[in-house]
Ligand binder design. Structure first.
Ligand code: SF4
Length: 106
C-alpha cells in the first residue's frame, strides 16, 4: 500500500482489504453463522468474536480494513478487531474531532 488508508477511496479500501485479509479463510469467523441456518448462543458468539479480534490483530490490512469499516458502517460482525458498535463510536468520535478541528481553524 502506497497511501495512508485514510487517503484511499472506499472501493480502493475494499480492494486493499481483499488483498491479504486474514478473514478470507473462514467466512463465519468474523460474521457468524447465517441466522437462517443456526442461532448462535451468546457465549459462543463472544468466544468466536474474541478469536476473530485476535486474527485481526495479526492481519496485514487492518488499517485499510478499519478505514473501510468506518466509511461503510457495518451493522454486524467483527472488522479490524472491532464490533459494529465500536466502529460506529469510533466514526462518531472522528466526526466530532473533525468538527472541533474545523472550528479551531475557522
Ligand atoms: S482486519 Fe480483520 S476483518 Fe479486517 S480484513 Fe483483516 S482479518 Fe478481516
Amino acid at each position: 500500500m502506497n497511501d495512508h488508508p485514510s487517503k484511499l477511496t472506499t472501493p480502493d479500501l475494499r480492494d486493499e482489504c481483499l488483498d491479504g485479509a486474514q478473514c478470507l479463510f473462514d467466512g463465519e469467523l468474523h460474521d457468524g453463522p447465517d441466522p437462517a441456518d443456526r442461532i448462535e448462543h451468546p457465549d459462543a458468539r463472544a468466544a468466536r468474536e474474541d478469536v476473530a479480534k485476535d486474527i485481526c490483530v495479526t492481519c496485514p490490512v487492518q488499517a485499510a480494513c478499519l478505514e473501510h469499516a468506518i466509511w461503510t458502517k457495518p451493522t454486524t460482525g467483527i472488522r479490524a478487531g472491532l464490533t459494529a458498535d465500536e466502529i460506529a463510536q469510533l466514526g462518531a468520535r472522528r466526526i466530532e474531532q473533525l468538527g472541533a478541528d474545523y472550528e479551531e481553524v475557522a
